[in-house]
Design a protein around this ligand. Structure first.
Ligand code: UD1
Ligand code: CA
Length: 410
């Protein structure tokens, strides 16, 4: 289809510097594998098919993204460089007939769809063969340097290991955000040779070849320095996670969520939080968690996968909530564990109450009806249904098998 857009994401490397058995792109950043962010950015700018180049433990990578039909998995059995990795996609790219192809790295989850959109737009308005976004860094060490002529025209990219001493001082670098004319790229890649220090086929050399052939190559300085960091080590994983966490919180705050102490709060990328909810310090929200409006969460709350809080819910200090669905006005103010539990409206779960949802073999559900009142220190043993309006005395152990309240000592 003329005019179509595909993407190639490079993700075959084993990543020695991470010291890991897990494929690098499956390491999580704020709760999601880093590759998920790159895929999402591609989709947001209208990419039709995403070719992901994988190698090391490829089946695990494929399994992690099962059911995402716009992905074509491409195997690169031996890693001979970024240019070689793109060449593995040649057949699919030619067959697909997409006019342009983005080339991105799977280890750069901070990629922004806004910058990517700018690159694609520039590429098309300039009618370019290659367009890349660059960034200017105070410390450019480790990155490919952008070489321009006296007029500012792009001449090429030189890898750090191949730089002359003067080139090492160049602060404009290549974050690996490219858009290429598909056929011009593939044709150039055929002529790339591994004549560099690492003996690899460099994608960046294809750019030199395109420029030498008189094709138009454009570089726009568009990437914020903090967005450049890619993950090559655990230290960078932590750094990238911090930047991502700031973005997540920034977005929530701009939608009316109060986060009292952002640097002491951790919120998963998948979490949703409603307007006028306040999140107090030392709160950890992990997984697909939905929180309604005007809720109060924390301090020291731990909300886990599958938790859904309606409006006006209070989850207070030292509480762990797992896969629980709370009706509006429900309160769990202090020191509780509530798992696999559904509550109606205005349920009160007193301090130190626990849901015993696991009998050693199976996890069982608990339902608590509207306006029920669970006294301090009660233990509700699942499976259990607490009727609406029920009062459970402090310190009771309530067994569900008989579906009635058995007070301790009776
Ligand atoms: C690359 C760029 C460099 C840029 C930097 C930005 C080249 C030659 N250099 O360098 O200009 O500044 O990214 O982060 O492109 N991969 C494969 N198969 C391979 C080799 C690599 O899939 O055979 C994947 C890796 O898993 C990784 C990505 O490609 O996700 C980038 O490879 P990496 O070796 O990290 O490139 P850099 O040396 O960082
Ligand atoms: Ca890298």
């Amino acid at each position: 289809m003329a005019g179509g857009l595909a993407a190639v994401i490079l993700a075959a490397g084993k990543s020695t510097r991470m010291v890991t058995d897990l494929p690098k792109v499956l390491h999580e950043v704020c709760g999601r594998p880093m590759l998920a962010y790159v895929l999402e950015a591609c989709r947001k700018v209208g990419v039709e098919k995403i070719l992901v180049v994988i190698g090391y433990r490829k089946d695990d990578v494929i399994a992690a993204f099962a059911g995402q039909d716009d992905i074509i998995w491409i195997e690169q059995t031996e890693q001979h460089g970024t240019g070689h990795a793109v060449m593995m996609c040649e057949q699919e790219l030619r067959k697909g007939g997409w006019q342009d192809t983005l080339v991105l790295c799977g280890d750069g989850p901070l990629i922004s769809d806004k910058v990517l959109g700018t690159v694609v737009e520039k590429h098309r308005t300039e009618n370019a063969s290659a367009t890349l976004a660059t960034s200017v860094l105070e410390d450019p060490a480790g990155y490919g340097r952008i070489v321009r002529d006296a007029y500012g025209n792009l001449q090429g990219i030189v890898e750090q290991s191949d730089c002359t001493p003067e080139q090492k001082n160049i602060k404009e670098i290549n974050p690996s955000y490219y858009c290429f004319h598909t056929h011009h790229l593939l044709d150039a890649l055929h002529n790339v040779r591994p004549n560099n220090v690492k003996n690899e086929y460099y994608l960046t050399d294809a750019l030199h070849i395109m420029i030498a052939r008189g094709l138009k190559a454009v570089a726009i300085t568009a990437v914020a320095s903090e967005d450049v960091i890619s993950v090559n080590s655990r230290q960078q994983l932590a750094l990238v996670s911090k930047v991502m966490q700031d973005r997540i919180q920034e977005n929530l705050m701009s939608h009316g969520v109060t986060i009292v102490d952002p640097s002491n709060t951790w919120i998963d990328a998948r979490a949703q939080i409603g307007q006028d909810t306040t999140v107090y310090p030392f709160t950890y929200i992990h997984g697909n968690v939905k929180i309604g409006r005007q809720c109060s969460v924390g301090p020291f709350a731990y909300l886990r996968e599958g938790t859904v809080l309606a409006d006006n819910v209070v989850v207070g200090v030292f509480t762990e909530i797992k896969k629980a669905v709370f009706g509006a006005g429900t309160r769990v103010r202090h020191l509780s564990y509530v798992g696999d539990t559904t509550t109606g409206l205005n349920v009160n779960i007193g301090a130190g109450s626990l849901i015993a949802n696991f009998d050693g073999k199976q996890i069982q559900p608990t339902e608590i009806g509207d306006n029920a009142y669970i006294g301090n220190g009660a233990i509700l043993v699942a499976p259990l249904q607490v009727p609406p309006g029920a009062q459970v005395d402090p310190g009771s152990v309530v067994y569900g098998k008989t579906h009635e309240t058995n007070r301790r000592g009776e």
